[in-house]
Design a protein around this ligand. Structure first.
Ligand SMILES: C[S@@+](CC[C@H](N)C(=O)[O-])C[C@H]1O[C@@H](n2cnc3c(N)ncnc32)[C@H](O)[C@@H]1O
Length: 131
């Protein structure tokens, strides 16, 4: 199922937010975030989980979150509603080659309710690009 109705998605996406909170709480017990980190959010959708959930678990020193989504409508909505100087949303299908702005340019990768939607799970050598 294609998913590119950001306004509708925002109204119904309570389960991803609940589960992202659970996962991030557990992850944050060991405080694994780097200082001055760049974080990629794969399949960021309407941007509300990125901003309202992921962001609140990051150390204040974080430099930037880059949300990536293959849907132009999701990316446009996310930038309009949640874009800031520290949160940017770009179009990228994560089964495709990593785009230049992300190469070697992020410390952590987060993803919520997206990877299970991807049939081709054999991601390539680009994933060595995490700093
Ligand atoms: C269920 S939404 C999750 C949105 C957000 N992460 C959340 O937790 O609320 C799944 C998102 O993954 C995106 N998506 C699906 N396949 C993708 C792919 N191959 N590359 C990038 N984004 C993808 C969809 O466009 C959609 O916005």
């Amino acid at each position: 199922m294609e998913m590119d109705l950001p306004q509708l998605y925002r109204q119904v996406a309570f389960l991803p937010k609940r589960d992202a909170n659970i996962v991030l709480k557990e992850f944050c017990i060991n405080n694994k975030w780097r200082e001055n980190a760049y974080i990629a959010d794969f399949g960021s959708g309407d941007g509300s989980t990125t901003t309202n959930i992921l962001q609140k678990y990051l150390p204040i020193s974080y430099k930037k979150i880059i949300g990536c989504d293959k849907s132009a409508r999701m990316v446009e909505f996310a930038n309009e509603n949640y874009g800031t100087d520290k949160i940017e949303f770009i179009m990228w299908d994560i089964t495709e080659e990593l785009p230049q702005p992300l190469r070697g340019a992020f410390d952590h990768a987060f993803s919520s309710y997206t990877l299970q939607r991807i049939q081709e799970q054999t991601f390539g050598k680009d994933y060595q690009s995490i700093r």
